[in-house]
Design a protein around this ligand. Sequence first.
Ligand code: SF4
Length: 368
Amino acid sequence: MNKAKIGAIVFLLVIVGVLVFLITSKEKARTEDLHEAMYYEVLEGKIVRCNLCPNRCILSPGQIGNCRARKNIDGKLYSLVYGKIAAKHLDPIEKKPLYHFLPGTKAYSIATTGCNLRCKFCQNWQIAQVFPWEVKTIDMTPEQVVEEALKSGAQSIAFTYTEPVVFYEFMLNTAKLAKEKGLKTVMITSGYINPEPLKNLLKYLDAVKIDFKGFSDKFYQKMTMGHVQPVLDAMKIVKESGKWLEIVNLIIPGENDSDEDIRNLALWVKENLGEDVPVHFTRFHPDYKLLNTPPTPIETLKRAREIAMEVGLKYVYTGNVYDPEGSTTYCPESREVAIKREGFFVIENNLDEEGKCPSGEKIPGVWK
Ligand code: SF4
């Protein structure tokens, strides 16, 4: 081999070395900015399985999960959305809706991007059904979230708008800190999460609102690309934890609005969670991929409320419509007005600090 050939080989080796160095240091810099995910296992090679939600995505290096929020980088799973805030607002707690939880107070509400379901009727699809780099986000630490929440006068922090399960690690760390500072915490979720992470998170939450989509697996598969059973399981886990639970069922004309669907849900709630768990039937508006379905008629919502009350549920509401009766909390026996609301605002509250009506009947909830 002559000198020229040796020189060329050495030159090539140096170039390859430099490239390898540049690629690995870029990857290192990228992961240094990211937060390692919880609840995953390494399968063979560098393939990982995420165990946070029932999708249980199996991801090769470079792949991103169904939620668009977790990525396998070189055999480790990372959150792509830790501290990447896509929305923050100060909302009335009634907007969540939580009707039996600190009525008339404000919730400092935050979201990142992403969702682990694909609801065709998603009402926040602009931030829920996108990758984190597709929308404007701001960086916040849990400390900054808690500090801003305290300054805002909110009594709680709400993890909401998109699906908080996909920013689990950020929610968990923020909720832990919020507890230390005396703030309450609420999660507004579809309940599509595995039991172990849910139980761990519940230690730091005060209330959970679960968006229940429809009482059949067929509906879940067709409309959300998920399954119903994990959500039923999650509702039971929240109830058993003793944390406050309310359920919302968005009623979509022709899809989940039959008397049978409503009765089945009400019966299941009564038998598995109890008659005291509030259920809200809310109005659908055409959105995302369901633009040709009409809004839910108000009569359908009123009928749903009646069916659920006939079954024996005590606190049943209508939502996203003007319906004074369906947005009022009544004392169960005396039928006195306990809390009257207009839109997202409380205009009359006759409960004492313990949640007792003037007649002495106690309404379940978190009142102070
Ligand atoms: S959280 Fe995301 S990555 Fe994990 S299993 Fe669910 S969809 Fe997949």
